[in-house]
Structures are given as structure tokens and as C-alpha cells.
Design a protein around this ligand. Sequence first.
Ligand SMILES: Cc1ncc(COP(=O)(O)O)c(C=O)c1O
Length: 307
Amino acid sequence: MLESKFIYFNGDFVSWNDAKIHILSHVIQYGSGVFEGIRAYETKLGTAIFRAYDHYKRLKESMKIYRMETKETVEDYISITKELLLRNELKSAYIRPVVYRGLGSISPNPLHAPVETAIAAFEMPNLFNEKASSGINACVSSYRRFAPDTTLALAKATGNYLNSELAMIEAEENGYDEAIMLDVFGYVAEGPGENIFLVKDGVIYTPPLGSSILKGITRDSIIKIAEYLKLTVKEQNLPREMLYVADEIFFCGTAAEVTPIVSVDRIPVSDGKVGKVTKLISEKFREIVIDGVDPFNWLEFVEAKAY
Ligand SMILES: Cc1ncc(COP(=O)(O)O)c(C=O)c1O
């Protein structure tokens, strides 16, 4: 449900309805914000934020790219988020921090508009609901990801998502669950809000950072889980047709978690059923975030861990 009790808003915890900004805020006019999507899971050992440090480190990197500074450190953000979850009595949540340019200038130059921060947390199921286990039908979008050195893919910037929006509108209007976007050179890039993995002849492939993708935290987790399971992972350019001949394909991301793709452009992926590597990785991921079995030290417990 897109609601909870409190939002962290420029230094205070204010009620949900009071976290408001001016209509002429720079972020509304020009998309000058950077943000994160983080999940807290109700594990068997208590509520834990998944890779909190890495998410807030990425937020700081996005800020650096856009010359934004806040007084809060990564550690401050983590403790604010814990307090936010406790104040909202949330056992599991989707956490949305956003650092944005407020009211101060009508010029596109952002440097003269103030930098402000909000963090919200609320309950949210998997992006694809029950299809997250049975698999989704995807299409290759006619919209490419933005070219390198235009808007910058490694920054998780609000304005970047206008590109994602076009791909999502097109996919939904054409009856698909989600789009797969190619980069400007025609190689597979990612979904509008997810990274992508393919399995072919026992090897797991994912596009490299140079393909205008977000450096996903879940992507990194999948690579580490696969290596832990002694599976081979290759980061390399992937031509479009790999999507049609792959044995398995899945999306991953904070909102999508691990979501199998069972067809692309109405061509079934293998036999159109969820593949065994996808299942294996997905089960390992659930083992970490639900059972609390965490060999990677990725869980940041909100309160003392229950043993
Ligand atoms: C464009 C894009 N790619 C990939 C991802 C997956 O990143 P993460 O695993 O860090 O959520 C997201 C979601 O944040 C995204 O918006």
C-alpha cells in the first residue's frame, strides 16, 4: 500500500501527508533528483534491510555525479532508515530515499537550487506479483537506452526514468508484462527498472556496465550468489538474438527481485517454463532474505538479530 505514517523529510520525521514540496522545485521542472529503491525483509531472525550500505553508497555516487551534497553520511542514512521503519511499525518495506533540488532557480542549471532529502518506507509486494514465480512475457522495446555520455546510466537519477516510462507504456499497450531495452549499439541492456540475465549452454550472461545499465545491487548479488554456487558468469555484450535462443532469462532488481522471463516477443524462452538455474538462484536469494541465512553479510538488522 502506497502509504505509511511518517516520512523523513529534511531532518525531521513528518506525517505522510506533510512531506510536500513547492511546485516550482527544480526537480519538478527538470528531473534533478537522485534516488534509491531498497527493501527491508521480515526474515526469520527479524527485520533486515538488504544491502543498506551498498544502496546508500550508490546514492552518494549518484549525488557526486550531479554535484549534490547532504550533511548525512551513509551511516546516518542507515540509522535514519532503521528509525523510519520502527516509527512506521513496518516489518517489511520498500524504502525510497530521494535527494533532490528544491525551490531556488528556474534555470536548468541546478547549482543554485537547494539540495533536499526525503526517505519514505511503505509495504510493497513484488513488482510482478504472482508472475514473479510463474514468469513474465517481455518484448524488445523500440526505445533504446540513452547513449553513453548523454544522461549518465550509473547515476540513479529521476530524469533517467523518462526513458523507462516510454518503454513501459509501449510494453503495456502492446499486451506485454515488461520491456527489454537495447543499448544505442543494439546490444541487450536491461529492463526499464531491472537488470537482465540469460543462461545459455550452462553459462550465465549479463550485459556489462558500458551497455548504459544501472549498476544494480541485485545484479551484483546474483553474480556473487552464482559464483558461490560455482556457476560461470560472464559480463559481455549480448546481441538481441541471444534473447530468442537463450535457455533461460530472468530480470532482477529491488522491486522485481528475481523474476523469470518465459517469452520474448512472443517467442517462448526454451520450453516456456521457468528454468533450473533461475530457480536455483531464486531459491538461494529467498534463503538469504527470508530464512536469514546470509553468508555474504548483506542483511542489516533493524533491531538485535534473533538467534
Ligand atoms: C533501470 C534500472 N535497472 C536496474 C535496476 C535494479 O537495480 P537494483 O538491483 O539496485 O534495485 C533498477 C532498479 O533500481 C533500475 O531502475
